[in-house]
Ligand binder design. Sequence first.
Ligand code: ATR
Length: 270
Amino acid sequence: MDQYAVFGFPIEHSKSPLIHQQFAEQTQQSLSYKAVEVRPQVFDETLDDFFRLGGQGVNCTVPLKELAFRKVDTLTRRAEFSCAVNTIKKMPDGSLLGDNTDGVGLLTDLCENLGLNLKGKRLLVLGAGGATRGILQPLLEAAPATLYVANRTLSKAQAMVSLFEPIGRIDASSYEDLAGHRFDIIINATSASLSGELPPLATDLLAKNSVCYDLAYSQEATAFVLWGEQQGATLSVDGLGMLAEQAAHAFKLWRGVMPKTSNVRANLRG
Ligand code: ATR
């Protein structure tokens, strides 16, 4: 049986094994997928062992995506842009291909599941860390009218913007300087939600019919999802849909078949 795994630290709450088992059943593929706790210090040798013992593919999550980026032999274009790898595939010649399906997972959730069209829209991304870096390329390629990256540390937003300027119109901002702007879609890519916090957001940032999307997810509504609801967003959702979609794109890379995510998404929402 072909073997797959997700590596991370911590990993016990990972939903990936459940998601991939459901994809395997749905597409009638025979495979095993397990969660493995891997500390950064032993990432390289654990990965080598996994593939030496017959493993076919690995997902990497926090805090291993940058290590995976450095470890693989070749990169897809989107992994190169994001400087992070969340999916590794063992190729027929034994080499390791690194991909990043986070950005395409977000776009699939926004456009296909939620029915949004980003073309001509005013977008705001909160945060300028690894999560932001993973989503800017596909967001810009969807041709929004404007895309602002706001961050507490302005210099990090500016550095991020200079990396992605060649792809499309993108601006850096502090949170204070957002005042007076209105956005159709606000995406929270800060790690603030994980500790129940919110970036310092003004109260008049949402345009009519706006959408708030938190890359983070949790059992209860995240602080940012609640903020969006309080601000009158038409839709304010967390990143469970993106989680299912990035997994589906990883499954496609490994198995050559794109699973449907509707049941998986329903199950994740419990
Ligand atoms: P990740 O890989 O999850 O993006 P990261 O690279 O450490 O993690 O980046 C975390 C991001 O969340 C940063 O943009 C950080 O802002 P700073 O660069 O100013 O530190 C942002 N962040 C974390 N906690 C925050 C908070 N309470 N309010 C606003 N921004 C926050």
